[in-house]
Design a protein around this ligand. Structure first.
Ligand code: DMJ
Length: 456
């Protein structure tokens, strides 16, 4: 333990040198095209494994070569999450196959309880972006059908949704929720309102997010768990990772996507408090720590794969200076342990949760930072991370979650967000800018692009 700070310093030095010490030449068009080619081929590999071993299921199990469903029935998670990635990457045949699976097999008229948050970001987000890209009206009809079935979840005394809802009978369950599972509907429900003309969706989504916002403390922070029946905070730790992350993300993005000023103001107030109370420097870099929501005192010096998204949203909002500092910490977290662990303690420099489930956030932040600054270091970071994933997580049929980044042992899961997000952001980092114009679309938290247009 005594040597840990020295070791951390040495690794920071090596990481810095390996980024800064490289010739400062810019990536050539050919080098970028080579990266794109590699990522496209990874997409084809994952998709052909899914088709061969898991067609019709939600996801592929990339070690046992089997299919896996989240619930008693399949919701076509992988094809629906992957469609717009194939579309953007120009994988026309794959896009056609994925869309065909969705329109022919996906059915929401089932007596099945689902987790509102996940179904919204993956399926609702996927249907809406697929509709905007393909103009296939069947996708919008499916999104509207799903929207109607999700609405009963918002019938709580506070207007903050329950975590689970039955798609057939509207029964709800689980009042103990969190800001992410309460505030992450603005983009999808807003887009659904715009496309259908039914304002109910955005109204309930905004009410839910604002109910969290108005329960912020005097120092403008929110906690990690809250009872949606009573509005009482049950876990008062404030942080930017799991269970809170996309609440912040959607406040800023609802401003970008729809021009919603209330959301812009709420984001501004929270972001100021986050930078004041959570942003922390240690010898290996800058991180966001965890604090008590009322006192601002540190509770836990944890940081992890999910927290890495905040550099991206900061860059998107124009604060590339803070984003750049955080991204150095993100890259340290990636390189220090082979691949990034789910969580580590940045003060003791030790791993807490050693798995890497193929998450996108670190590469996503490189993407936004590169788009905003054109600084080549983000291409180098991205190249390093992508190469690690494509070599260390590859299996015969796809790519597998890493069970332990320290031993490189794999586990039998390939989450649909690998095709939806990780490979999409990886590709867009190196692709010509006109592949996706950030002035015209906003990504939902599952990387489904939605077209910018003001909401009434
Ligand atoms: C995705 O489902 C979304 O990005 C969500 O906001 C967080 N978790 C995963 C990716 O890590």
């Amino acid at each position: 333990m005594k040597n840990t700070p020295k070791l951390a310093l040495l690794v920071v030095l090596l990481v810095t040198l390996s980024i800064k010490g490289q010739p400062q030449e810019t990536f050539s068009v050919r080098q970028k095209a080579a990266q794109c080619k590699k990522i496209k081929s990874a997409c084809r590999h994952a998709w052909s494994g899914y088709k061969k071993y898991a067609s019709g299921y939600d996801a592929l199990k990339p070690l046992s070569n089997k299919g896996h469903n989240w619930y008693g029935v399949s919701f076509q998670m992988t094809p629906l999450d992957a469609y717009d990635t194939f579309f953007l990457l120009g994988l026309t045949e794959e896009a056609k196959e994925a869309k065909e699976m969705v329109v022919s097999k996906l059915n929401f008229n089932v007596d099945q309880e689902v987790q509102l948050f996940e179904i919204n970001i993956r399926l609702m987000g996927g249907l809406l972006s697929s509709y905007e890209l393909s103009k296939d009206k069947r996708l919008l009809d499916m999104a509207e059908d799903l929207g109607k079935r999700l609405l009963p979840a918002f019938n709580s005394p506070t207007g903050m949704p329950y975590r689970y809802v039955n798609l057939k009978n509207g029964e709800t369950r689980d009042a103990l929720s969190n800001p992410a599972e309460i505030g992450t509907y603005l983009l999808e429900f807003g887009k659904l309102s715009q496309l259908t003309g039914d304002t109910t969706y955005y109204r309930v989504a905004k009410k839910a997010a604002m109910e969290i916002y108005r329960r912020r403390t005097d120092i403008d922070l929110v906690g990690t768990t809250i009872d949606v029946n009573t509005g009482e905070w049950k876990n008062t730790e404030s942080q930017i990772g799991a269970r809170i992350d996309s609440y912040y993300e959607y406040l800023y993005k609802a401003w970008l996507l729809f021009g919603d000023k209330d959301c812009r103001d709420a984001w501004g107030i929270h972001n100021k408090a986050i930078k004041k109370y959570l942003l922390t420097e240690v010898s290996s870099g800058w991180y966001f720590t965890r604090v008590d929501m009322s006192s601002g005192k540190e509770t836990n010096s944890l940081y992890g794969a999910l927290d890495a998204f905040y550099a991206g949203i900061l860059a998107l909002s124009g604060d590339t200076a803070t984003a750049g500092k955080i991204q150095k910490g993100n890259y340290y977290m990636w390189t220090r342990f082979n691949l990034e662990p789910e969580e580590f303690n940045f003060r003791s420099d030790s791993v807490l949760y050693p798995n890497y489930p193929l998450r996108p956030e670190n590469i996503e932040s490189c993407f936004y930072l590169y788009r905003k600054t054109k600084d080549q270091q983000y291409l180098r970071m991205g190249q390093h991370m992508i190469s690690d994933i494509l070599t260390k997580c590859r299996t015969k049929s796809g790519y597998a979650e890493m069970k332990d980044v320290r031993t490189l042992e794999l586990s039998d899961s390939m989450e649909s967000f690998f095709l939806a997000e990780t490979l999409k952001y990886a590709y867009l980092l190196f692709a010509p800018e006109n592949t996706l114009d950030l002035g015209k679309v906003v990504f939902n938290t599952e990387a489904h692009p939605l077209r910018i247009s003001n909401i009434e």
